[in-house]
Design a protein around this ligand. Structure first.
Ligand SMILES: *Cc1c(COP(=O)(O)O)cnc(C)c1O
Length: 452
């Protein structure tokens, strides 16, 4: 076999063109073969089809058809967030323009651990992270792999600012990555503040801050994963200020509301946080990964300073080469900023805001359908784009079974969430191209799969 072509360089685009054609055809064929939001048949059937398609995964002699075969198989077996009945998770359909930009990122393969691997990408990252930081009232922002890494970094920066240890205080509604980050960083077990209505209770927070010795990092949530609820940020910020506690806001889901004039007021208080987690692969329509951690005090970032002679020698830095190693705990790092920058500039604030408004409207429309149907119960009016609902008088077992039946038949992907001591079906509406008819179909499908 001759040396396979490379993606970049003078011949890169010519080598890529026919391969892209293969990929696009395979995406078409796989989507048609699936015919719905998910593959039918459940895990065993999907695994069998993938095993058949993959064959010998490391054959002695290569297979030139592997790109077509494997992309087709992956597409056929995908949970496709662009299908209107795929609404289980904060798993959004990426915009075509962002995905095209991500192709260029893969082709050029800049690595953001040193300037000599990413001259323009690092300059673009500086511009865009600063602009996004300003949106949350912060001074700077780091690019992360998502809310999980952002939360962990927020804890790390807080721990270092506090002199080596601190106590995490979070709501019972917080994302699991927060207590996990405390565990990873060797911090004491977090204090969990009750969230009886689904949001952190400021009075209970006050009590916890009084009782448990500090220093504290309070983590609030703007957009809970289960219900899209936003903690009372201004009250929490006041309590933190009164107790000298540091505040992190996990806005992995909710931060996208900043793009919408209509919904931005829901995030009032966000600018009081020392750090904010944002996930643009949720309400931002980016391919994974597109996370950010904004940081109010840039001095906090010195905790990440790191020296490695081959990447940021003192004399290189003194001679003016930007030092990038302290911008992440990772070393090699993809230019996720390119797709973000392309999206922000292509759509503008108006375009992104319209997408946010659209999915929030869809959630309201779905909630109205649920309310208007005697066979269903709505948990609460949606705050962002998540709707919790269940068949009236169903048991938790029935709710869980409906969800699994829809998943394994490949008809619809809904999530599940526990609230008020009961299990609910969760529709997370992130697809701006979903139509009102699709929402009616979704409810109809659930109705048809509810045993009576
Ligand atoms: C999704 C989510 C996370 C985790 O983000 P990843 O991008 O999956 O790492 C953290 N917090 C909240 C509130 C989330 O919704």
């Amino acid at each position: 076999m001759s040396t396979p072509p490379l993606a970049s360089g003078p011949h890169g685009p010519d080598a890529l063109r026919p391969l892209l054609d293969t990929v696009l055809h395979a995406l078409h064929a796989g989507t048609a073969a699936r015919g719905g939001p998910l593959p039918a048949g459940g895990p065993d059937a999907v695994t069998a089809r993938v095993r058949d398609a993959a064959g010998d995964v490391l054959p002695d002699t290569g297979d030139p058809d592997a790109l077509r075969t494997l992309v087709t198989a992956l597409t056929e077996g995908a949970a496709d967030p662009a299908h209107p009945l795929c609404a289980a998770h904060l798993h959004g359909p990426p915009l075509a323009v962002a995905t095209a930009a991500d192709l260029a990122a893969s082709v050029l393969n800049p690595s953001l651990d040193s300037w000599d691997q990413a001259p323009a990408a690092s300059a673009l990252e500086t511009l865009v992270t600063h602009a996004l930081a300003r949106e949350t009232g912060a001074a700077d922002a780091l690019v992360t792999t998502g809310g999980t890494e952002s939360n962990q970094l927020a804890l790390l920066l807080a721990r270092e600012a506090a002199g080596g240890t601190l106590r995490l205080v979070h709501g019972a509604n917080a994302h699991h990555s927060l207590p996990r980050a405390a565990w990873l960083l060797g911090l004491p077990a977090p204090v969990v503040v009750p969230a009886p209505t689904g949001t952190l209770d400021p009075a209970a927070l006050d009590e916890a801050l009084d009782q448990v010795p500090g220093p504290h990092l309070v983590a609030a949530t703007a957009g809970t994963t289960d219900a899209g609820l936003i903690d009372p940020l201004p009250e929490i910020a006041d309590r933190c200020a009164a107790h000298g506690a540091r505040l992190h806001i996990d806005a992995a889901y909710g931060a996208g509301l900043l793009f919408s004039d209509r919904h931005r007021p829901k995030l009032t208080g966000l600018d009081a946080a020392h750090t904010v987690a944002l996930d643009l692969h949720k309400l931002g329509w980016q391919p994974i990964a597109a996370g950010l951690l904004t940081v109010k005090n840039p001095d906090d970032l010195t905790a990440l300073d790191q020296r490695a002679d081959y990447l940021n020698a003192h004399d290189d830095t003194e001679a003016g080469l930007p030092d990038l190693l302290g911008r992440s705990p990772r070393t090699s790092r993809r230019p996720d900023i390119l797709k973000i920058a392309v999206t922000l500039k292509t759509l503008g604030r108006d375009g992104l805001g319209a997408l946010v408004d659209r999915v929030c409207d869809l959630a309201q429309q779905f909630a109205d359908l649920v309310t208007g149907h005697p066979g269903f119960e709505l948990h609460a009016p949606p705050t962002i784009s998540t709707v919790l609902f269940r068949p009236t008088d169903a048991t938790d077992h029935t709710v869980a079974t409906i969800r699994r039946t829809l998943l394994t038949t490949g008809r619809a992907a809904l999530g599940r969430a526990r609230a008020d001591g009961r299990l609910w079906l969760k529709a997370t509406l992130l697809n701006p191209r979903t139509r009102p008819d699709d929402l009616a179909d979704l409810l109809h499908l659930v109705e048809g799969n509810t045993p009576r």
